[in-house]
Design a binder for this molecule. Structure first.
Ligand code: CMX
Length: 280
């Protein structure tokens, strides 16, 4: 497993405001990085020492005091003098473009000004940390188990079974033309069962029923950004059945991962499509 990137967020100098630095620390953590925060009013020498001691791959300097032109280069020089110039240094704050250009010339890899997104910062760091193992972008964590798919031969009879045996409530029945199935969704606490019945003998579910008989067919995780989750899954070596999302039940975007790469369990990602996106 690739290790997460370790980042030191540091506040050099006398600047007493760290809200921005804390937001960046949290944002990079959400991007899967391990973030250490120095606290306020650090000297460049303290930052260099902490970066080396904590074995970070990147130092993110934040300054709002206007002293970035002296403090940032001191950190770069300190790392170089200590033989740790493989540590990537980036900076952020209210920094004029001319200063940013000058800082880049002395070894600050990038300057992020207000308006830069967390994604931009994280992607820059991932792409530029040096001398380490290649780093794979983390998957966005799944939101929740959206449903469990169960292949059935008779949809109505199976709905009645789950209603009677377990008191589940039928939410809706619909046909998913793209997958050649009729599906019934039953609410089961905070998740759902999706009963799947083929409408066509060439359907994936028909093949499954013929080979294995009725039973557990797949699990589905809801995700925030399905394209990104697919890209991250592919990067991790998981086999994608769908390279691009398709239209699934409930008008959601769906995509499947092959069971041979997910421990024998056919796994689906699904993403609710926003109203405005659906009508675009
Ligand atoms: N869970 C676990 N393993 C499965 C599986 C499933 N649901 N379906 C097939 N497999 C296994 C088979 O047992 C077989 O394993 P062995 O090689 O060890 O025998 C292997 O996968 C290949 O199976 P296959 O019968 O030859 O079937 P295909 O390779 O043609 O297709 C799969 C398998 C998963 C790629 C195909 O079913 C698929 O594309 N599924 C995704 C789409 C889908 O299932 N849609 C229905 C649901 C739609 C919805 O929820 O709306």
């Amino acid at each position: 497993m690739p290790q997460p990137i370790r980042v030191l967020i540091a506040k050099p100098g006398l600047d007493g405001h760290d809200r921005g630095a804390l937001v960046v620390a949290k944002g990079l953590r959400d991007e899967g990085m391990e973030v250490i925060y120095t606290g306020l009013r650090q000297t460049p020498a303290q930052i260099v020492a902490t970066a080396i001691e904590e074995d970070v791959a990147c130092v993110g300097l934040s300054s709002l005091s206007g002293a970035h032109m002296s403090l940032f280069p001191e950190v770069v020089k300190g790392l170089r003098d200590a033989g740790a110039d493989d540590i990537l240094v980036v900076g952020g704050g209210v920094i004029p473009a001319a200063d940013a250009r000058a800082l880049k010339q002395v070894g600050v890899a990038e300057i992020f000004t207000p308006g830069s997104t967390m994604r931009e910062m994280a992607e820059f760091i991932r792409a530029h940390v040096r001398g380490r193992e290649p780093v794979i972008a983390p998957s966005t964590p799944v939101e929740q188990l959206d449903h469990i798919g169960i292949a059935v031969n008779d949809l109505e009879a199976s709905v009645a079974f789950y209603e009677q045996a377990f008191g589940l409530k039928l939410e809706r029945i619909e046909t998913v033309a793209d997958q050649s199935v009729r599906v019934a969704f039953l609410t089961a606490g905070s998740t759902h069962l999706e009963l799947l019945c083929p409408t066509d003998e060439r359907a994936a579910v028909a093949k499954f029923l013929a080979k294995r008989g009725p039973g557990l067919h797949h699990i589905a995780f809801s995700v925030k950004d399905i394209e990104r989750s697919l890209a991250a899954a592919a990067e991790r070596g998981l086999a994608l059945i769908d390279q691009q999302p398709r239209l699934g039940a409930g008008g959601k975007k769906i995509a499947f991962l092959h069971p041979k790469s997910t421990g024998g369990v056919l796994t689906e990602y699904c993403q609710t499509v926003m109203e405005d996106e659906a009508h675009a």
